[in-house]
Design a protein around this ligand. Structure first.
Ligand code: TPP
Length: 640
């Protein structure tokens, strides 16, 4: 293809429509250019590097064979779709990846007509694609439906439920299993072993090809080939392991080289003619094309904004990630509990890196469990461990805890199992956007009887809360945000935390009381400092500490002793602590006003966490302005 002046091949073709015009050499060049763009932008803006680099040829082959104006390509998790985005009309906007107002790091229907299903949490693709396929049949259309799922995501119950329903639905669907042997960390479990066995069936394929070539070279070769075909099943069963997909009634083709566009294309073309549910197994390399990412796939799964490759340590990640954050502080505290008490075990659902549990794994390998992406199983497993005499600690992001809500109610809380749920990334989550926000855990967690929910404002309280869980017999949820941990915040000469189940009055003031919980304690303290600077009377400042049960003694005193009570929380207002306190004020006929600062009932899009907090009106200056308004209004009333 003739390049346009001063343009790269990618800039010349602009999108997938000209892909069929490219020869093999040009396709290689195109993939190199796509990779280089992905690396540049992702290092600058932050994002998912390894998975997207590994899926470049896969996306190109998909777009050469399938027509996204007709066919539906449904990605799982969606973190591997950067090449797909670039080739489906987002080349120019790609530099805005994950920035406020820019394109999302995940597929998003509102962003592009080529994104068919919003995603961010794993293992939804097979179920969603099955729905698309069934709808196609019922409406009487004929397009292809393809689900693209990684080996880590396939191990999840939701994906397996979808797979189980495939043959039952009696519809045609193609599942492409993108197998790079990794989840974020190396994939784990029995299904992982099964996939590994399937991947080593290359000897069978080589032998088949050898026999074919030999036959063709013989004079009566075709007769021989036919005779051998009869032995094919036997040969296959000798050389190939049992195949779970075939046994479930889903045809299995593979494994194929996921970086060989020609091979992928041939097989995808054949799949169009195939009338039944089919799984195509392709092998890819995570981080392909960036040697550092290939060598350290865990550290390059996702990178922060402003990453410099040379500064990434294969062991500890980016310098930014090496600072002590809430995850590391929690992990430290859990290690400390485990050294004191042999019953303490730690569990993660494929998030060892994000929740910083590696030191625990290294110190207590027998008491550490990575259960793969299986949040619901993890919760019930923890309940079983607790019933059996252990003290399990689950480390999980708030957003993924949503997957285990029923298990938290039915298996943990109802049965009063002493499980500690360490809820990481609670509140606004920044650049991953809507799908990854941790804004619901207070609201729904608070409704679960018998579940204690607390949020420390600093590391001292985090350690205190974790120790108290171990001393008690209750399920406890401790939530903390993304970002650097506050070592100590607003502690007087005695740094001992307030008693268990109590809120803490950090400062006594008059007229106004500001209440924060967890990360918003810093904001209400900030608002109080603004008051000091502006010469307004200082408010009373309360760290609520417990979202459930609420410390009514302190709250009632705040409601009865102030004219304005402000509550700030890093979560949805609906069902949050602010709403509960406001309803108490109304029910008990307190004369004060209550103002709640939290997040409105919207899905908060990608931006930095600070931008999100500011857009939600959750900063210290927003809270200060409410206090200032209050004094403005009272002065006006007094004058009037
Ligand atoms: C329900 C859920 N749990 C955890 C995650 C975090 N997560 C994002 S990608 C990923 C690994 C997925 O592995 P795989 O499907 O094999 O894709 P790969 O990254 O290897 O390309 C995990 C655990 C998630 N997105 N959703």
């Amino acid at each position: 293809m003739k390049l346009e002046e001063n343009k790269t091949l990618l800039e010349t073709i602009k999108n997938y429509k000209k892909l069929p015009l490219l020869d093999p050499g040009e396709l290689k060049r195109l993939c190199r250019e796509i990779r280089s763009l992905i690396i540049d932008v992702t290092l600058k803006n932050g994002g998912h590097l390894g998975g997207s680099l590994g899926a470049v040829e896969l996306c190109v082959a998909l777009l050469r064979v399938f027509n996204p104006e007709r066919d539906k390509i449904i990605f799982d998790v969606g973190h591997q779709t950067y090449a797909y985005k670039i080739l489906t009309d987002r080349l120019d906007s790609f530099p805005t990846l994950r920035r406020k107002g820019g394109i999302s790091g995940f597929p998003k229907r509102s962003e592009s007509a080529y994104d068919f299903f919003d995603v961010g949490h794993s293992s939804t693709s097979i179920s969603a694609a099955l729905g698309f396929a069934k709808a196609r049949d019922l409406i009487g259309m004929g397009h292809e439906v393809v689900a693209v799922i990684g080996d880590g995501s396939l191990l999840n119950g939701l994906a397996l439920e979808g797979l189980n329903n495939l043959t039952e639905c009696g519809t045609k669907l193609t599942v492409i299993l993108n197998d790079n042997k990794m989840s974020i960390s190396p994939r784990v479990g029995g299904m992982a072993e099964h996939l590994a066995k399937l991947s080593v069936s290359a000897p069978y394929r080589r032998l088949k090809q050898f026999v074919k070539d030999q036959c063709r070279a013989m004079s009566d070769g075709s007769k021989m080939e036919n005779r051998l075909a009869r032995w094919k099943t036997k040969l296959k069963s000798l050389l190939l392991p049992q195949n779970i997909f075939e046994d479930m009634g889903v045809s299995y083709w593979g494994p194929f080289d996921g970086h060989n566009i020609h091979e992928l294309e041939e097989i995808f073309e054949m799949s169009k003619q195939y009338p039944k549910p089919l799984l195509i197994h392709v092998i890819t390399k995570k981080g392909k094309g960036c040697s550092e990412a290939e060598m350290s796939p865990v550290k390059f799964h996702g990178v922060g904004a402003g990453t410099v490759i040379a500064e990434i340590s294969p062991k500890t990640g980016t310098p930014d990630l090496q600072k002590e954050d809430w995850s590391a502080a929690a992990s430290d505290a859990i290690c400390e509990l485990a050294s004191r008490d042999g019953r303490v075990v730690a569990i993660t659902a494929a998030m060892e890196d994000g929740t910083k549990l590696s030191p625990f794994r290294e110190k207590f390998p027998k008491r550490y469990f990575d259960v793969g992406i299986s949040e619901s199983h993890m919760m019930t497993y923890a309940a079983g461990l607790a019933a059996g005499g252990m003290r399990p600690v689950i480390c999980i992001y708030s957003t993924f805890l949503q997957r285990a809500m029923d298990q938290l109610i039915h298996d943990v809380s109802m049965q009063k199992m002493p499980v500690l749920i360490a809820v990481d990334r609670a509140g606004m989550n920044g650049e991953d956007g809507e799908t990854h926000q941790g804004l619901l855990d207070i609201a729904w967690g608070k409704s679960i009887p018998g579940l204690l929910i607390c949020a420390p404002r600093d590391k001292i309280d985090l350690v205190f809360m974790m120790s108290n869980w171990l001393e008690g017999e209750m399920p406890v949820m401790i939530r903390y945000p993304k970002g650097p941990v506050t070592k100590t915040l607003a502690r007087g000469s005695e740094s001992a935390p307030a008693p268990w189940l109590s809120s803490e009055i950090l400062r006594h003031g008059s007229d106004v009381c500001v209440i924060g919980i967890g990360s918003t304690v810093e904001s209400v303290l900030g608002a109080s400092e603004f008051c000091a600077r502006e010469g307004l009377p200082l408010p009373t400042v309360v760290d609520l500490r417990f979202a459930s049960p609420l410390d009514w003694k302190t709250i009632d005193a705040a409601l009865s002793g102030h004219s304005l009570v402000v509550v700030a929380e890093d979560g949805y207002k609906t069902g949050g602590v602010g709403e509960t306190i406001a309803s108490r004020a109304a029910q008990c006929c307190y004369s004060c006003s209550v103002r709640v600062f939290g997040v409105d009932a919207t899905y908060v899009p990608h931006a930095s966490r600070d931008e999100q907090l500011s857009d939600a009106g959750l900063t210290a200056s927003d809270i200060f302005l409410a206090i200032k308004d209050f004094y403005g209004a009272t002065t006006t009333r007094a004058v009037g």
